[in-house]
Structure formats: structure tokens, C-alpha cells
Design a protein around this ligand. Structure first.
Ligand code: MG
Length: 259
């Protein structure tokens, strides 16, 4: 018996077992949850890694700043978006979402700590995922690149060097408010250059510099904000997908049926 034949043995045994089961009339059990799900929508993935899937809202594709407000001092340079004076906000608003963004801190290293390659990616205009040049640049850990600002450092420092393109892939679950009260906090999961740095972290509230975090009721959706912090950080390839749970309805109690 050669090697290829040996690999066939499990398949042959399984086939024999099925024949025996069939001959004996033994019936198989099947578990049915009783939940009828809506059919998952077809989404065409991006052609290359990081490219927007078919259902993404593209916020910057290298051409113009038409998807942003407040961008008078930001520029499009060689297909990238160069930060200028003033924060910018997306016209589209989002609640739960998946976001992809690429950024590069300045190649020319200037300043240190929070003064080097600082920007920020804000969800719903108020929850900051820090953008900073954290390549050989020490600062307080809950303020370094990938931190939820003043709340939680990145699990690891996955930063690339100054001037190099870096990626953020984020799953954002928005907080829920009811009758002016928080009923579910926000959660965030972040991959930085493909490395997990925030793992379903539960936010304590917003992320200001000057006071502890707190939740203030706000609408179910809000803009994405990119921060101007005095440093010419560049951006490219920014897109967002809304996350929608499938619809479901119970059609019967869970059961096991015989086939
Ligand atoms: Mg910042």
C-alpha cells in the first residue's frame, strides 16, 4: 500500500459506516434552533487587501475631500489627505460600524511625546482612538498610538516608523441610551497594521484631556472626526461599513428531529 492509499483509509471506513447505518435503518438526529434568520446579504469583498467592500461608504478614495466638513485647510496631495488646521468631520454619520483607515505620521521627525505625529480618529465625534508617532517615541501609555485616549493603552505597540503607511481596522459598537440614561456602553476592537491592539474594550465614556471620561446621551449615529493636533499627518483609503444585525424570528421551540 503506498502513501496515497493509506490516506484513503479514513474515507473508506466512513463510507462503510454509512452503508451499515443505512442497512440497519438507524436514523440521524438533527438539532433545529427554531429561529428563522433573514438571509445574509451578498457583499463583494475588495479586490485587494484593504480595498473597500461593495457595501462600504468611502470617505476618502484619493480624489477629493467632498465627504468631509471643515476641511478648508486640509489638502489632497498625491492621492493622500494631508491634515491642516482644524478637525474635520464626515458628512455621513455612523453608529455600529467597521472602519478601515490608513495613516502616515510625518517622515521628518519633529517634536517628542504627544507633539510627534499626533492626530486622532474619533467615533461619533467624541471617542478617540489615538493616532501618534509611537515608533521609538515614549509618552504616557494610555496616550500612545492605538490607545483609547486616557482610558486604555494598546495591548502591544505595533507602530511602523515615521512616514510609513499604517492601517487601522476597527469594529465600533456604539453606546446605547434610553430615556437619557446609558443602557449599554461602547465597545471597540482595533487591529493596527493587522495586529490586535484593542480587544472588545469597554469604554468608560468620552476621551477628553482635562477630566475623567463620562457618557453624555447623544444621537444613535454621529460623524467620524479626524483631529488636527498641529502635525501634518497624512491619510488615505478611508471607508466605513455599517454593522447591522440579521433579522430573526422564532418559528418554533428548539427541538431534535429524526431523519
Ligand atoms: Mg490625538
Amino acid at each position: 500500500m503506498n502513501f496515497r492509499d493509506v490516506r484513503m483509509i479514513p474515507c473508506l471506513l466512513a463510507s462503510c459506516a454509512l452503508v451499515v447505518v443505512g442497512a440497519l435503518g438507524v436514523r440521524a438526529d438533527e438539532y433545529l434552533s427554531g429561529i428563522q434568520w433573514s438571509e445574509p446579504k451578498v457583499v463583494t469583498p475588495g479586490k485587494t487587501p484593504g480595498a473597500p467592500p461593495s457595501d462600504a461608504v468611502v470617505l476618502f478614495d484619493g480624489k477629493d475631500l467632498s465627504q468631509w466638513v471643515g476641511a478648508e485647510n486640509w489638502k489632497v496631495v498625491d492621492g493622500t489627505m494631508l491634515a491642516g488646521k482644524g478637525d474635520i468631520r464626515s458628512k455621513a454619520e455612523f453608529g455600529d460600524c467597521q472602519l478601515h483607515l490608513e495613516f502616515a505620521t510625518p517622515k521628518e521627525v519633529k517634536g517628542k511625546g504627544q507633539g510627534r505625529g499626533n492626530s486622532g480618529l474619533f467615533f461619533m465625534d467624541r471617542y478617540e482612538l489615538q493616532i501618534l508617532d509611537s515608533y521609538n517615541n515614549k509618552t504616557y501609555f494610555d496616550g500612545q498610538c492605538g490607545a483609547i485616549y486616557k482610558q486604555h493603552p494598546p495591548l502591544v505597540n505595533a507602530s511602523r516608523g515615521p512616514g510609513e503607511w499604517q492601517t487601522y481596522d476597527v469594529i465600533w459598537m456604539a453606546p446605547r441610551f434610553q430615556d437619557g440614561k446609558l443602557v449599554r456602553p461602547a465597545f471597540i476592537t482595533v487591529l493596527h497594521n493587522g495586529v490586535l491592539i484593542q480587544n472588545h474594550f469597554q469604554l468608560q465614556g468620552d476621551t477628553p484631556y482635562h477630566r475623567p471620561p463620562k457618557y453624555e446621551p447623544h444621537p444613535a449615529k454621529g460623524p467620524i472626526r479626524l483631529q488636527w493636533h498641529g502635525n501634518p499627518v497624512r491619510f488615505r483609503n478611508i471607508w466605513v461599513r455599517e454593522i447591522r444585525e440579521l433579522e430573526k424570528r422564532r418559528v418554533h421551540e428548539p427541538k431534535i428531529v429524526k431523519h
